[in-house]
Design a protein around this ligand. Structure first.
Ligand SMILES: C[S@@+](CC[C@H](N)C(=O)[O-])C[C@H]1O[C@@H](n2cnc3c(N)ncnc32)[C@H](O)[C@@H]1O
Length: 199
């Protein structure tokens, strides 16, 4: 059992059942009935909320335990999501099949992350959006969440490098915010927030 499977086997939802605030702020940019890949969706708080907004959600995660809880949350909310257990670094999507890719706190080792980001950007159609929030490198040593390993943290330059010239930033922020997301993200945290469009 992976460490995420173990974590998600605990009672409750590590990041709560409410969607991430930045996703809620930015989801108005999605077209109605968008095909959205919720990548690294964990226990499903974001994918389930997007489905409730009328979008067609494919929730991807390496944790079967997390996705089982995501499906249960979807049932509870009376919405449908599609789920698939995948390693994002080996994900081979149909090119141009998604209107949006949502990545909320999906921290991975650098090589895995680069491959995952590349694969997910292939899934985006031209004009499609990537919406991302993750911990910034300045989060290292703080106790409000995130991996204690600087190579798994983010900054905007890293995103520019990972996504390349095909993704044009339309919103980019790095700085401190107040976090209140379940027991996993709590207190002041340094984050990156990014919305990009595939050109
Ligand atoms: C911090 S949790 C965030 C979960 C969810 N996005 C949220 O905000 O509630 C990170 C998630 O990324 C997933 N993950 C990490 N590496 C992955 C990989 N290589 N492929 C697929 N999922 C991965 C984990 O299983 C976990 O569910």
């Amino acid at each position: 059992m992976s460490s995420w499977d173990e974590e998600f086997s605990k009672p409750g939802h590590r990041y709560g059942t409410e969607p991430n605030g930045f996703l809620v702020e930015t989801a108005g940019r999605l077209p109605p009935g968008a095909r959205v890949i919720a990548a690294g969706d964990g226990e499903g708080r974001n994918g389930v909320w997007l489905a409730g907004q009328g979008h067609h959600v494919l929730a991807l995660d390496a944790s079967a335990v997390g996705l089982a809880k995501a499906r249960a949350l979807a049932d509870q909310r009376g919405v449908a999501i599609e789920t698939a257990v995948v390693d994002l670094s080996a994900y081979d999507p149909q090119p141009g099949s998604a209107d949006a890719v949502v990545l909320i706190y999906v921290h991975m080792p650098a090589g895995v992350r680069r491959a995952a980001h590349r694969n997910l950007m292939h899934a985006l159609k031209p004009g499609g959006l990537v919406i991302l929030e993750a911990f910034h490198r300045n989060q290292l040593g703080r106790h409000s969440g995130g991996p204690p390993d600087v190579s798994m943290l983010f900054d905007l330059a890293l995103l520019e490098e990972d996504f390349g010239p095909d993704i044009r930033a339309i919103h980019a922020f790095e700085g401190d915010v107040e976090l209140d997301e379940g027991r996993g993200h709590r207190g002041r945290g340094a984050v990156v927030r990014f919305v990009g469009v595939k050109v």
